[in-house]
Design a protein around this ligand. Structure first.
Ligand SMILES: Cc1ncc(C[n+]2csc(CCOP(=O)(O)OP(=O)(O)O)c2C)c(N)n1
Length: 368
């Protein structure tokens, strides 16, 4: 068939950013913010996230915690993202965010409470404006767009500095309508919003190439008029640079941006999953070669900033932090069962009065 002559109307590029290679060697000069103190802080926080994760999985295995989504191998994304936010910004997390929550100042015992089914854990004491963890896929992006709209509106009303809403998600979430809707509004209304996508290659058992035909997740943002960058998600410096840059842009009133952080889920999807049923052992073994903690560790050691002795001190310190948190968590009095209604509704719908009363009476009966 005869092909018509076409004119190019639009074109785009997706850049990829990396500072530390797989061995932890710098591929280019590190940005100014990556001081020895900052790098050491990230190193600590990533290890804390790994420890909390490990304990949470064990607590689930012994029946003391509900289903838990580990963040093993993806700690750099959460820690770097949360580190790039100011206290007044609003973080709208998805469920695989232990590292980010810790960096936001959420207490370990709050995280344990959440996955133990105690909604008081979602009432973050040190990040009171952040949204609760979102388990439905991609809905948090619409919530974040709404928050960003409100932040922009308030900024216009009272001329205060513009704050930013940040939504995190997995790459599978970018196949949902909510993602496209949120991006469309963020683009057209120039919302102060950042999308951080953890591309850990799997949506439960569905590999990335079965989720979407797009070459990168980042380019999806181009369709909404939003700039996007792909970064090495196992490189804490690269993630931090990209999220900081996106935050600054948003704060200047230039609108939203998307960061696609390439990583790998070294764990099962959640404690209810067995990834060995659909993922090869060799793929997993390969991915361990470029995990984020070891990479930063190698870099710090090469700079003379880290040693076995320092690691032993840190191990001792973190183990103690974890033990205190476990004790605090376990010594909390349980919530009344009716709390599930209280956390969900400001005013209980009439249709639920009866259930509420019944539950309360049953609990009182048990208590008596
Ligand atoms: C609206 C909705 N549909 C389906 C699910 C079931 N579900 C839980 S996790 C998941 C996969 C998510 O994958 P991805 O977004 O890549 O995040 P990851 O868990 O890999 O970090 C699905 C489909 C859900 N939680 N919510």
């Amino acid at each position: 068939m005869h092909k018509p002559r076409l004119q190019l109307q639009a074109s785009f590029d997706i850049a990829y950013l990396q500072y530390l290679d797989k061995q932890g060697q710098a591929t280019q000069p590190l940005p100014d913010f990556a001081t020895p103190d900052w790098l050491s802080h990230c190193h600590r926080q990533m290890q804390l996230a790994r420890l909390v994760d490990d304990r949470a999985v064990k607590l689930q295995r012994t029946g003391r915690l509900g289903t838990y989504p580990s963040t093993l191998g993806q700690e750099a994304i959460g820690v770097a993202t949360a580190n790039a936010l100011m206290a007044e910004d609003v973080y709208c997390p998805y469920y695989r965010e232990t590292g980010a929550l810790l960096e936001r100042g959420v207490e370990i015992e709050e995280i344990l409470a959440i996955w133990g089914g105690d909604e008081r854990g979602q009432n973050f004491q040190h990040a009171p404006k952040d949204l609760p963890i979102c388990v439905p896929i991609a809905t948090q992006m619409l919530h974040a767009a709404g928050v960003a709209f409100a932040l922009k509106y308030r900024h216009q009303q009272n001329n205060q500095p513009l704050q930013v809403a940040v939504a995190s998600s997995g790459e599978g979430a970018t196949s949902k309508g909510d993602f496209y809707e949120a991006m469309n509004l963020a683009g057209v209304w120039k919302l102060p919003m950042v999308f951080v996508v953890n591309n850990n290659q799997w949506a439960i058992s569905v590999p990335r190439n079965a989720q979407t035909a797009t070459q990168t997740i980042a380019q999806k943002a181009i369709a909404a008029g939003i700039p996007a960058l792909q970064v090495d998600g196992n490189d804490v410096v690269a993630v931090a640079w990209a999220v900081r840059d996106a935050m600054e842009r948003a704060r200047r009133g230039e609108g939203a941006a998307l960061v696609e952080a390439m990583s790998y889920r070294l764990c099962d999807h959640t404690t209810a999953d067995d990834a060995s049923r659909y993922r090869s052992a060799s793929e997993l073994e390969q991915a361990w070669q470029w995990e984020p903690v070891k990479r930063l560790d190698n870099y710090l050691r090469a700079q003379g900033l880290w040693s076995d002795a320092k690691q032993q001190d840190l191990d001792r310190e973190l183990a103690q932090v974890m033990e205190v948190a476990l004790t605090n968590w376990e010594s909390r009095a349980p919530e009344p069962v009716t709390a599930m209604f209280d956390h969900l509704y400001a005013r209980l719908p009439e249709g639920l009065y009866e259930q509420y009363d019944q539950l309360r009476d049953e609990q009182q009966g048990v208590a008596e």
